[in-house]
Design a protein around this ligand. Structure first.
Ligand code: AMP
Ligand code: MG
Length: 320
């Protein structure tokens, strides 16, 4: 049944919702482009999105919700953010807002950032799937990294067909352009990515000029490279084979039982999907243990290991 294109009728949509809840990946039509969806609260399912797209880095993903009620238990919406949702939701507008401490959305969705990108799609199929799944759905475009975004079910099948459970065919995507992404700097909206909703339409609603991310410094541009990406206070030592008892240890796979102040194993069985799912929360927990050094045991560089190592190298890089 792998990668099967199915009609987006009630039966298949219900089945797709079950698959999402069970941790599988489902491709589905939205008004922008086809999305590769997973339960946003399931770390391993989200890790499989990155694995399937073959992304060498963890770019933050957009979380899809039915509307503001579901969004406000994930992130904090200021009055201006709310105003934008009232004007453009459901629709192709994504808002990047601070994550709530209490959200069950996995940190992997935010790629370690303190923010989360949220949008309420208008496409009836996407909405039906969200209703069936009873979960927020993390979904980037359903293409392999570096390929163009798919606007038809057949595009998804030819690109990723053997890697996903189901492709819900909702016909050609009507907009065929990605959502507009808006972030906030000191509560002022900033255009992070131009998209299906024109900047002018947003300016009409906020009665102000919309700043472009190029004007706000590197603070919000190019999230994959962001400095504001969570950087631990502890210094990091990669590819560590030994460690001191007062060092914290971030381990992977089988490691010799050496005493340390605190050890977290990303995946004792050596599973890179599990390791990716645990990465950001583990890094944070070890940092909060107060150790001045986090020793990281070697992690393979294939598959998701590439993105995991990329993130660890950034965390280990000298900072000014
Ligand atoms: P795609 O999933 O391919 O539509 O791309 C998602 C877009 O949203 C990318 O441009 C991301 O960089 C952006 N994005 C998602 N989450 C965040 C975030 N927390 N901060 C800034 N940009 C984000
Ligand atoms: Mg894309």
């Amino acid at each position: 049944m792998q990668g099967r294109i199915v009609p987006a009728n009630a039966e298949w949509t219900a089945e797709a919702g079950n698959l999402i809840r069970a941790g599988a990946l489902v491709a589905f039509a939205t008004e922008t482009v086809y999305g590769l969806g997973a339960d946003a609260t399931n770390g391993e399912a989200v890790a499989r999105i990155y694995e399937t797209k073959g992304r060498p880095t963890f770019n933050p993903l957009i979380v899809h919700v039915l509307g503001i009620e579901q969004a406000v238990i994930i992130g904090t919406f200021s009055p201006v953010a709310r105003m934008l949702t009232e004007a453009f939701w459901p629709g192709p507008l994504t808002l990047v807002v601070p994550r709530l401490e209490t959200t069950t959305v996995t940190e992997l969705v935010s790629a370690g950032l303190p923010t989360v990108a949220i949008r309420a799609p208008a496409h009836p199929l996407a909405r039906a799937l969200l209703k069936e799944a009873h979960r927020p759905i993390a979904a980037p475009s359903a293409n392999r990294s570096g390929r163009v975004s798919p606007t038809r079910a057949e595009h998804v099948a030819s690109d990723l067909g053997d890697k996903i459970a189901l492709i819900l065919d909702g016909g050609p995507a009507s907009v065929g352009l990605e959502s507009t992404v808006i972030g906030f700097v000191n509560d002022r909206p900033v255009l992070l990515r131009p998209g299906a909703i024109a900047a002018e339409a947003i300016e009409d609603v906020i009665s102000d000029r919309l700043s472009r991310h190029t004007e706000t410094g590197e603070q919000l541009s190019s999230p994959g490279q962001l400095r504001s990406h969570y950087a631990p206070n502890a210094s990091m030592r990669l590819n560590a084979e030994t460690w001191q008892p007062d060092e914290a240890v971030l381990a992977f796979g089988k490691v010799s039982e050496r005493p340390s102040r605190k050890t977290i194993n990303l995946s004792p069985s050596g599973d890179l999907v599990e390791a990716a799912a645990n990465l950001f929360a583990s890094l944070r927990a070890l940092d909060q243990s107060g150790a001045s050094v986090i020793a990281v045991t070697p992690i393979p560089t294939h598959g998701l290991g590439e993105a995991i190592n990329d993130r660890l190298e950034r965390a280990a890089a000298p900072r000014d």
